[in-house]
Design a protein around this ligand. Structure first.
Ligand code: SF4
Length: 400
């Protein structure tokens, strides 16, 4: 896959699609791959949250705010927080494991203006009632939440799963499940597992070597912590040979790395007709910015079910034209709904061949700490050391 064949998403530090708000670090689960320490007494006050939103407003444009944590549904003022984000003109997206979500709470969140949910569900969460269930058995739980949102009406539904070496093979079938529920699942996200790799590099704060055992994401993991987005695409293509992304974010140190790799697919229950091309995504992002002065993050079900209208972009986009012909092979399809679904693959921090940490260039998950924007995936370093740590190879190779 040549990154130059895809659209480099225009998201950057000051003009992005999403920002990341952490009202609490408290959680009711302890997922294996989590990069945030579960802090029981960590609920932020509404004043603190207000000042963080003010930092976002001063420093950065974004379409949506991911309200994350810990698990934000555990925060006693979650309703008020959603109202504050909405009042700032941004789409409140709740990132949760769903355990605390009741129909009653969902009704109140909808009234407060929630735009969407991203449910974190995977097989390494030790989730009560779902222990030892594999990724496919967890589709039953995913369906429960997707139907819950459908019933509430017009709330964007996304699922994310951390992907490990021993779970990557489930991805094609998880995408099949998402295809079968394309009308009620708008986004599916696969996040590649990362943990500190003590065998390769040492971590420093200035000249001081840091014992990474002090940080939650130091797991001495036997599992690979360097899987790449292209590997996920290769696995997907075993079931979907035509699977083809349209846009990406590169690495801050590695230009041809796919740190965020976006695929847009169009289909109906149980059938994918084709994919969105880079030109269409460029047109959508550009026009959304012209109309709303910010790049597009999440679209509501009302918009994602307008797949037939999106096919008009086939005028500028060969890949979408192919989708159009495939869809119209049966002319009666013109009277049927066509749904758009996003598939996102996220490849967090990598160690480059120079031993440097490569982050997502244009990180959409920037959060606020001490009045400044920081990578949310490395918040533990900020909290513990006030800075991001640097890495150096254990045995820097001597280049003759
Ligand atoms: S740099 Fe970290 S926080 Fe930002 S998008 Fe990548 S993994 Fe997420």
């Amino acid at each position: 896959m040549n990154h130059l064949n895809y659209y480099r998403l225009p998201w950057n530090l000051t003009d992005n699609s999403i920002s990341w708000l952490e009202p609490t670090a408290k959680c009711n689960l302890s997922c294996y791959g989590c990069y945030r320490k579960n802090e029981v007494d960590s609920h932020k006050t509404l004043e603190e949250i207000k000042s963080e939103l003010a930092v976002f407003k001063k420093m950065r444009k974004s379409d949506g705010i991911s309200i994350a944590g810990g698990d934000p549904l555990l925060h006693p003022d979650i309703i008020e927080i959603v109202k504050m984000v909405k009042a700032d003109g941004q789409k409140p997206i709740i990132n949760t494991n769903g355990i605390a979500l009741t129909k009653e709470l969902l009704t109140r969140l909808k009234k407060a203006g929630v735009y969407g949910f991203t449910f974190h569900i995977d097989s390494k969460q030790n989730r009560p009632g779902w222990k030892n269930k594999n990724e496919l058995e967890l589709n039953e739980l995913r369906l429960y939440f997707a139907k819950m949102l459908k019933e509430a009406g017009n709330i964007s539904c996304a699922f994310n799963s951390t992907v490990y070496e021993d779970t990557i093979h489930f991805i094609p079938q998880m995408l099949k499940w998402a295809e079968d529920n394309i009308d009620i699942v708008q986004v599916i996200v696969f996040i590649l597992y990362r943990a500190v790799n003590n065998s390769l590099v040492d971590y420093y704060l200035g000249s001081q070597k840091i014992d990474m055992n002090e940080l939650v994401y130091n797991e001495e993991s036997e599992a690979r912590v360097d899987m790449k987005a292209q590997e996920v695409v290769s696995v997907i293509r075993k079931m979907y040979p035509d699977f083809d992304p349209c846009a990406y974010l590169n690495g801050s140190e590695q230009p041809d790395d796919f740190k965020w790799l976006l695929t847009g697919r169009l289909g109906r229950h149980g059938k994918i007709y084709g994919y969105m091309g880079s030109k269409s995504m460029e047109i959508i992002q550009t026009f959304h910015h012209i109309l709303f002065d910010k790049y597009l993050a999440y679209s509501s079900p009302k918009l994602t079910r307008k797949g037939r209208s999106m096919l008009l972009l086939g005028l500028f986009d060969g890949k979408l034209r192919k989708t159009l012909w495939k869809f119209l092979k049966n002319p009666l399809n013109i009277f049927k709904k066509l749904h758009y679904q996003s598939v996102m693959i996220i490849q967090p921090v990598d160690i480059t061949t120079e031993g440097i940490q490569s982050m997502c260039d244009g990180c959409p998950d920037m959060t606020v700490w001490n009045g400044k924007l920081v990578w949310s995936c490395r918040m533990e370093e900020q909290l513990k050391y006030g800075h991001n740590l640097r890495t150096y190879f254990k045995n820097i190779p001597i280049v003759n």
